[in-house]
Ligand binder design. Sequence first.
Ligand code: NDP
Length: 431
Amino acid sequence: EKRNPNEPEFLQAVQEVTEDLIPFISKSHPELLKLKILERLVEPERVISFRVAWLNDKNEVEINRGYRVQMSSSIGPYKGGLRFAPSVNLSILKFLAFEQVFKNSLTGLPIGGGKGGADFNPKGKSDAEIMRFCQSFMTELFRHIGPDTDVPAGDIGVGTREIGYLFGQYKRLQNAFTGVLTGKGSSWGGSYTRPEATGYGLLYFVECIYDFNNQDLKDKIVAISGAGNVAYYAAEKSIQLGATVITLSNSQGTIYDEEGITSEKLAYIGTIGRDLDQYVVKYPNAKYFTDKKPWAFKCDIALPCATQNELTKEDALTLIANGCQCVAEGANMPSTAEAIKVFHDAKISFAPGKAANAGGVAVSGLEMSQNSIRQQWTKEEVDCKLKDIMVNIHKTCVKYGHDKNYINYLKGANIGGFLKVARAMTEQGIV
Ligand code: NDP
């Protein structure tokens, strides 16, 4: 705490991991204690912070702060998204970069961990403003990244459009067309299924959990938070697997549709942007709440897909009281530490983001492979590889998280993700 003052999210993420790892290392790998692997892992290899000055549409100068946290390159180039949101600060990016190290290791692909972004609010900005901001941001970032060094992707506030502007500027500065960013458009080096990957992968992981208990997702009731990239495709895949999706939300309110959000209704949500209240105008049997989260409603499966710490202890207690059997995180660290304790005490299946939402970065890793061999795999090929990766992550979690009749997925993900990185660090010497 003394070393990282004012970084509550980073400390929360580190504590969540060390609670599982310290007893495990002490018992099974005491040699790693002497090498101070954990102490080294919590110290980023490099943190870059920079000024981003740009002109808004009124020709006024605006200034934001850009960052890249290069956490660990032990098993491959730094890899992790860029987030553009006013709440972005070093604590949030360090927590995300730290989680990313374990997540990327769990995918089985050769990718290290990083995260970056800016305290820039894209909401309400014109297309031209977004482009100028991205160009200014990349004009500094380009000297710190590269296809073999650090390969950023999107995250909150950074989608295909922003990746396009960032890539265009990088290409102009370097005079090279390389796979330096993932999440690119499918006609210029992007991988099919990348937009869908996090949400689809989340559902493949949930399928594994149910399959492990000899059940499937048919007719299960699913509550989802968020209405962005992850939430949308989590809803789409839930519907495809025969489940009933009853909620989606954003920072303004929650849609509750007891009859279920069908594919047709979901497509409509895709057209209304952030105005979710429009849904009840078209579908009057549904309800819209500005004072309720998705966790207030009865469900079998809860999928928090919006943002960090959106699911509190009180929400967790409500979910358990309503009979929820499974919580799988599409977002990064959406459940508070107290909420996770409630899930573990109730012995329901709790899948942490670093395992359950790894599908996005996994397909980003596959995009890097396709760029390296200058080929593009079909949708079916990518989807099949994504499924395999999620099945393998589930296996790893079961292997290291098995505790009598209960699978502690968090412990399994922490240990499974850590071991590969620790081995690489040991073999690469004290750096
Ligand atoms: P988007 O920007 O596409 O969507 C975020 C959604 O969450 C929006 O609907 C937003 O609503 C909502 N939201 C944000 N803050 C709140 C809040 N406080 N309460 C309720 N809703 C809120 O982001 P993504 O879907 O890409 O990312 C969502 C989460 O998933 C993040 O934690 C991200 O780090 C994680 N993730 C994303 C991956 C990806 O591939 N995109 C990969 C792995 C993890 P509004 O528009 O009103 O702000």
